[in-house]
Design a protein around this ligand. Structure first.
Ligand SMILES: [Zn+2]
Length: 175
C-alpha cells in the first residue's frame, strides 16, 4: 500500500484551497456539515475527518440571531455537548441548523417516508428538539447510516494498521 493512501490531515483556517503531497489540508469551512448535503463520492479522508471532528460553533455563537420568523426557541450550545456523537450544527448560509452528521455523510438508502430535518435539510424546530432527536435516533434511516459508518471506520482504522505492520516488518528486515 502506498503511504499516500494514508490520511494526513492538517486543519487550516486560511481561505486558500490547497493540497500538499503529504496529505490533505482540510479548511475550517470544509468541516461544516452543511457542505455535504446530498453530496456523493466525498473523499474518504475528508469524510473521516468531518465524521470525527466536524466544525462546531464556539461557545459565544449567537444562535438567537438565526431564529426563523415566528419561532421563539433557539438552538442551544449545550445540545452539541450532550449529543456530540451525531449532532452537528451548520452555519452555512441557506442551511443553518441542526444535522445528524452520520446520516448526512452516509445518507440512508431507505426511501420509505420523507427524509427531512437532520438528514437532507436543517432541523430547526428547536421547540421539539428532544422529541424529534429521539425519533431520529430510533429511525431505520439512522440505524442504516450507523451501520455504514461502523463499516467505514473499520476500513479506515484497518488501513492504518496495515501501514503500521508494513513499517514494522520493514524494520525487521533491516535488523
Ligand atoms: Zn442520523
Amino acid at each position: 500500500m502506498e503511504s499516500s493512501e494514508l490520511c494526513v490531515v492538517e486543519s487550516a483556517s486560511v481561505t486558500m484551497n490547497t493540497k500538499n503531497n503529504r496529505g490533505h489540508i482540510i479548511l475550517t469551512h470544509e468541516k461544516d456539515i452543511g457542505n455535504y448535503l446530498n453530496v456523493e463520492n466525498i473523499d474518504d479522508c475528508l469524510k473521516h475527518e468531518v465524521l470525527r471532528n466536524p466544525w462546531v460553533p464556539n461557545t459565544i455563537y449567537d444562535f438567537k440571531s438565526e431564529l426563523k420568523s415566528g419561532r421563539t426557541r433557539a438552538f442551544r450550545y449545550q445540545w452539541l455537548q450532550e449529543n456530540g456523537s451525531w449532532l452537528t450544527y451548520s452555519a452555512l448560509e441557506g442551511v443553518k441548523g441542526a444535522f445528524c452528521r452520520i446520516c448526512v455523510l452516509f445518507k440512508p438508502s431507505i426511501h420509505r417516508g420523507v427524509q427531512g430535518g437532520f438528514i437532507i435539510k436543517p432541523f430547526n424546530k428547536y421547540k421539539d428538539f428532544h422529541a424529534s432527536s429521539k425519533i431520529h435516533l430510533s429511525s431505520n434511516w439512522h440505524t442504516e447510516s450507523m451501520s455504514r459508518t461502523k463499516d467505514f471506520m473499520d476500513i479506515m482504522n484497518c488501513k492504518k494498521i496495515i501501514v503500521i505492520e508494513q513499517v514494522n516488518s520493514g524494520l525487521h528486515k533491516e535488523i
